[in-house]
Design a protein around this ligand. Structure first.
Ligand code: NDP
Ligand code: GDR
Length: 375
């Protein structure tokens, strides 16, 4: 026994899991993560904190596992007897959940139940604290602006419906078995580690590739959609804070500021110093915007970057607008987000530009580079 606090993270290879693992290691935790078996390594986001299992008492340990596998989860929980479990693992893409609704329900809804049951079955319900990665997608067809802890839910996708089950089963285990279990209802949060098919990263990566001549244009869906975007680093800090209270409670985590996808595109283009031309059907305003000034551009110059609206990226049911009210988190936990969305956008563009430049060099020397974007 190391005397350190022990944390288990599902989804450790994802955006949030990687930042949370870093954060907990810095706090002196022994961190265990569940990674899925894949035919290629998928640990890029945590390679920099990976510790060789041959080193004496590594602080980061990875276990093969899957939220669809009850016996596997139970065995891992039994083996490590965690003080804290962060359930971040999920099929987390809203559009993909329309294509794979049953799998999404199995992992995102029943996966949460499996983990809670493992804790209860092993008699750890008074020892192990449980964090559930809930989502602003629960608000879906918005009933109140801004959305807060008391706003009614109206999920609009198989993903959101699965997360609704996970939300309530977490509340239920808290009430029924006295578990320290809570939901962080997190609004969209991004970073350079964001998956490439979520909208912000698709934009920063796509425009950086275009700027380097690697792609001809950017295909987008509903660019009038409004989101409350924060930085993942700020949000994982809050996940940990939620498990350090006297009483378990659910919290909305957001910035309280909302922008459109179109605005995010415009900022990204401005950082790259390129002028945009929007083309396509199905948007209210299709126009020409000067990315540097943000004003309507008088004419289309040769070489302008084209953003094409492609209906394939529209969702069968859309969540048009999300805006969170983080007042409870601020008042009870003293949490305020530190990184502004525009700063985050700049950071994401800078990181994607570095990669695009490397890829452009490789391409120049005859190597294949990954460019295709599906989402
Ligand atoms: P990512 O998609 O980046 O990461 C998801 C993680 O879950 C990955 O590690 C993935 O593994 C893992 N995973 C997927 N399926 C399974 C499975 N069947 N069994 C075990 N693990 C699995 O998501 P984020 O880091 O952005 O989000 C973390 C959590 O927070 C998710 O639950 C998401 O739904 C939720 N959330 C995210 C928000 C955001 O804006 N980022 C906002 C609100 C909630 P692999 O690497 O192998 O794919
Ligand atoms: P979201 O994030 O669905 O809010 O879920 P995403 O970045 O995928 O979409 C945000 C908005 O942008 C619109 N959009 C596009 N989205 C994608 N992915 N690709 C496009 O080409 C595109 N064009 C326009 C979308 O329609 C949407 O309105 C994320 C995930 O991290 C969830 O796991 C999490 O629960 C919620 O945020 C909060």
């Amino acid at each position: 026994m190391s005397g350190k606090k022990v944390a288990l993270i599902t989804g450790v290879t994802g955006q949030d899991g990687s930042y949370l693992a870093e954060f907990l290691l810095e706090k002196g935790y022994e961190v265990h993560g569940i990674k899925r078996r894949a035919s290629l390594f998928n640990t890029q986001r945590i390679d920099h904190i990976y510790q060789d299992p041959h080193t004496p008492s590594p602080d980061l340990k990875l276990h093969y596992g899957d939220l669809s596998d009850t016996s596997n989860l139970t065995r891992i929980v039994q083996e490590i007897q965690p003080d804290e479990v962060y359930n971040l693992g999920a099929q987390s893409h809203v559009a993909v959940s329309f294509e794979a609704p049953e799998y999404t329900a199995d992992v995102d809804a029943i996966g949460t139940l499996r983990l809670l049951e493992a804790i209860r079955f092993l008699g750890l319900e008074k020892k192990t604290r449980f964090y559930q990665a809930s989502t602003s997608e629960l608000y879906g067809l918005v009933q109140e602006i801004p959305q807060r802890e008391t706003t009614p839910f109206y999920p609009r996708s198989p993903y959101a419906v699965a997360k609704l089950y996970a939300y309530w089963i977490t509340v239920n285990y808290r009430e029924a078995y006295g578990m320290y279990a809570c939901n962080g209802v997190l609004f969209n949060h991004e970073s350079p580690r964001r998956g490439e098919t979520f909208v912000t990263r698709k934009i920063t990566r796509g425009l950086a590739n275009i700027a380097q001549g690697l792609e001809p244009c950017l295909y987008m869906g509903n660019i009038d959609s409004l989101r409350d975007w924060g930085h993942a680093k700020d949000y994982v800090r809050m996940q940990w804070m939620m498990l350090q209270q006297d009483q378990p409670e659910d919290f909305v985590i957001a910035t309280g500021v909302q922008y459109s996808v179109r605005e995010f595109i415009t900022w990204s283009a401005a950082h790259l110093g390129i002028t945009l031309r929007f083309e396509g059907e199905g948007v209210d305003e299709v126009g020409i915007v000067d990315a540097v000034t943000g004003q309507d551009a008088p004419s289309v110059a040769e070489g302008d970057v084209i953003v094409r609206i492609d209906p394939r990226y529209f969702r069968p049911a859309e969540v048009e607008t999300l805006l969170g009210d983080p007042a409870k988190a601020k008042e009870k936990l003293g949490w305020v987000p530190e990184i502004k969305v525009q700063t985050m956008c700049e950071e994401m563009v800078a990181e994607d530009l570095k990669v695009a430049k490397r890829h452009a060099l490789l391409k120049q020397h005859g190597f294949n580079v990954p460019v295709s974007l599906e989402s």
